[in-house]
Structure formats: C-alpha cells, structure tokens
Design a protein around this ligand. Structure first.
Ligand SMILES: Nc1nc2c(ncn2[C@@H]2O[C@H](COP(=O)(O)OP(=O)(O)O)[C@@H](O)[C@H]2O)c(=O)[nH]1
Ligand SMILES: [Mg+2]
Length: 437
C-alpha cells in the first residue's frame, strides 16, 4: 500500500521545511502587533489557534456534521468499541477529545471552569456534562471534556474530537470553527438520506477552504437505510460531484468519499461478525485512514503554511483598510498643518513689515534735516538758556521713547502670538553734552 501511494504524493505535494514554517510564524506574530485587541479579536484568536496547532505533536482528527448524522457512532466504529455513549447523548454541546492512555478501560475527565476536575472510569458521565440543555445551550460550567482510552488506533499520538452539530447554534459554530483550525484532518460525515446539503457545502467552503484548511475527507453514513442499490449509487455519485465542485485539494491518491455504515459496523464488531464488518465499509476506511494519517503527518508543515497564508491574506485586507484610513488622517493633518504654517507666515510677514515701517519712520524722524526742521529753534534756545540737558531729557527723549515703545509693542505682540517668551528691551543711549571750550 505504501508504495502505491508514495509516488503521487511526492509529485503533487510541495515540500516545505520547518524553517519555512518558523518564518511564516514570525510574520504572523509580527502582523499581530498591528491588530487591535477588541476590533481584531477574531484574527488574534485564530493566530493563537494556529500557534497551538504548530506546536501540537498529536494528530487531531475532528468529525464535522450536523446533529444526528452519526459522528459519535462513527468514532465508536473506527475505534471498534463503544467509547462514546452515542445513544445516550442527544447532542454534544462541547467538543469531546478522545485521547490515548496506557491503562486498560475508559476514563473521562471533565474540567470545570472553576478548575475542579471530575473523573470517572467510564464515559457515561458524558450524558450529564456534554449534552445541551433544553434551550440548546451547552453547560456553562464545563471547560473541557477528555475521554482516555487504550485503544490501539489512538496509540500513535492520534486524538479524535467529537464536535457539536454544525446545525446547532451560532455559539457552537464558533467552537467548531476553532476546532477545525486546530485540527490535522477533518472527517465530514454525510447522511445518506440527505447527502451534502447546500448548507453543508457552504460551511465546508467558509469554515475550511476559505481558511486554507484542505485536509478533509468525507464519509457517507447511514447508507444501510437506503434499500435500493441504484439509489445508493446515485447518492454516492451526487455527493462525489458536489465535493469535487468545492475544489478540495486532496492528494491524488486520496479518495474523496467513503461509504461507512457506522451503526452496523459497531454492531458487527460487538458480534464479531466479520462479513458484516466488511460490508459496513469500516475495515477499508480504517486502512485508508491510517495511511492518510501516515502521509499527512509528513506534510503537516504544508497544511500549517496553507492556513497561515490564508489567515495572513485576511489580516492583510484588514491592515490595508487601516493603512488607507491612517493615510487619510495623515493627509488631513498635513493639510491642516500647511494651512497653519501659511497663516503663521502671513502673520510673521505682517509683523516684520510693521516693525520695518516703524523703524523707517523713526529713521526719518532722526534724519538731520527732519530734526533741524522741527527742533532747530527750540534747541538753540535751550542751549542759550543752558537748559539743553533738560530739554533733551524731557522733550527729545520723550519722543524717542514713543518711537521705541511702538516698535517694542509690535515685537511683544509678535512674541506673544508665536509663544516665544519675552523679547529683549531696546536700549537707546544718549551721548553726554560736549564740554564747552
Ligand atoms: N441506521 C443507522 N443508524 C445510524 C448509523 N449511524 C448512526 N446511526 C444512529 O443515528 C443516531 C445518531 O447518531 P450519533 O452518532 O449520536 O449522531 P451525532 O449526533 O452526529 O453524533 C443514533 O441513534 C445512531 O444509532 C448508521 O450507519 N445506520
Ligand atoms: Mg454525537
């Protein structure tokens, strides 16, 4: 079997190294820095799940289907034992993880949100903790449910996860979407009575394919309820066509769809009825599943990268929107700043020209011709009366100070407006009277 499978796998599956994965994880973690805790919660949460997955060395298989399609029964059929009490449970409200342990028998561990751990040496306790209440809600006090079994199928680090029904409630949808992202292989269980409905196809697309989750196979269950051989063939053909149309990228050797009659398979196991077991399809399915797991473990990195790449492109779209909005804000700020600078420049020009005008007026007044014209007579009189110093201090200086005050007041106004602190004062010194000869 291994020989038959190896060739097509190596020819159509690209190989990636763990350094490819660690670079992709680095990029993913880097991108998280630009996400907002509340607004982008969904992405941050998916990043956490992908990181969890990349570190998990177990092979996690989840079973996806609406309620009552036979997920729990199929898990039991695969394990060849009634590990999950499928009949007792109306539906599963919380994922049930089935894991390996060495000891004989079954042990169930329920971890409550309070931290309390409830253990039981059977899985009967599940009917108390894993069911939905009458309103369809899972018990709010339960954090996780694990069932441990020494079943050989689980021995090679394989975990099976029985999920809530895909048609249960919005709250369950979130649990399922998280679980599929953490998983290595998804087994989608179809019901022969209504194989691969539009709703299931839509969910396969949105929850799996659009998120880069491509490791998925299909099982048509309950085919034993369809009596006519031709009807059975038509159901299988129809489902195969629909599955192919949603474009799952499975390796060439992997069959898209298996027929397994889970309940008859379980019954035949109990009764050790080999022919019925063979007829139920479970033997062929188990062999294919083991091979599938064997090869998928080898290309885990490829599947990790597919998911990371898909998540990154969704994050990129969000970040592009953020960048565009930041650019708009930045441009608005630049425009606002430019307007302020322009206004300030106008004010600056105004103050400079005001000061220059006043200095010019002062200069004009100070020119010898102007001074002579205005003050010649009274200055001459003051000299004659030896009161030129008094005249200078009381009259001339007074006019000078008026000019200086005007210039200083403009400068003061400008420094106030531009918040530049107090300007230096203008000092004008007057020469002493020359000694008389
Ligand atoms: N006739 C028939 N009944 C089945 C088959 N598989 C499961 N069932 C029954 O369908 C019901 C729902 O199965 P269950 O495993 O609890 O479905 P789940 O809600 O998807 O986990 C149970 O009564 C099972 O006994 C099958 O292959 N044939
Ligand atoms: Mg179930």
């Amino acid at each position: 079997m291994a020989k038959k499978i190896q060739a097509p796998l190596s020819s159509n599956t690209p190989t990636f190294s763990s350094s490819n994965l660690s670079s992709a994880i680095d990029i993913l973690q880097e991108s998280a820095k630009y996400l907002e805790r509340d607004k982008d919660r969904k992405f941050l949460h998916d990043i956490e799940l992908i990181l969890y997955r990349s570190k998990n060395s177990h092979f996690r298989i989840v079973f996806l289907a609406p309620f009552n399609f036979g997920k729990s029964t199929l898990i039991n059929a695969i394990l060849g034992a009634e590990v999950l009490p499928s009949k007792a449970i109306r539906t599963t409200g919380i994922p049930i993880e089935i894991k390996y342990r060495k000891q004989e028998g079954i042990e169930t561990e329920i971890t409550l949100r309070s931290g309390e751990l409830i253990k039981q040496n059977s899985s009967n306790i599940l009917s108390e903790f894993a069911v939905l209440d009458r309103k369809g809600k899972p018990r709010s006090d339960v954090d996780s449910i694990e069932v441990f079994s020494c079943n050989r199928f689980l021995k090679r680090k394989i975990q099976l996860v029985d999920l809530p029904g895909t048609n249960d409630s919005h709250r369950q949808d979130k649990i399922i979407k998280d679980e599929v992202l953490k998983s290595d292989l998804i087994i989608q269980v179809l019901n022969a009575n209504q194989a691969f409905t539009l709703d299931e196809q839509e969910k396969s697309k949105q929850w799996l394919l659009d998120r880069g989750i491509k490791a998925s196979i299909f099982v048509v269950n309950k085919m034993n309820q369809i009596e006519d051989e031709l009807d059975r063939k038509e159901i299988l053909d129809d489902a195969t066509l629909n599955i192919k149309s949603i474009n799952l990228s499975l390796p060439n050797w992997a069959k898209f769809i298996y027929r397994v009659d889970a309940l008859p398979a379980l019954k035949a196991t109990k009764e050790k009825h080999f022919l019925s077991l063979l007829k139920s399809g479970i033997i062929e399915f188990r062999v294919h599943l083991s091979t599938f797991i064997y090869f998928h473990k080898k290309i885990k990195i490829y599947h990790d990268l597919m998911r990371i790449s898909s998540l990154l492109s969704s994050i990129k779209k969000v970040l592009d929107i953020k960048i565009a909005s930041l650019n708009r804000d930045l441009n608005a700020l630049i425009r606002e700043r430019q307007t302020t600078i322009k206004k300030e420049k106008q004010r600056q020009d105004f103050f400079i020209s005001e000061v220059e005008n006043r200095i010019q007026q002062y200069r004009n007044w100070l020119s010898v011709e102007a001074l002579t014209k205005v003050y010649e007579t009274e200055f001459a009189e003051a000299i004659e009366n030896h009161s030129d110093n008094t005249w200078r201090d009381n009259k001339f200086k007074f006019v000078v100070e008026r000019y200086v005050d005007t210039i200083e007041s403009i400068i003061k106004k400008a420094t106030l407006e531009f918040r530049k602190g107090d300007p230096e004062r203008i000092t004008i010194s007057f020469p002493n009277r020359p000694n008389e000869v």
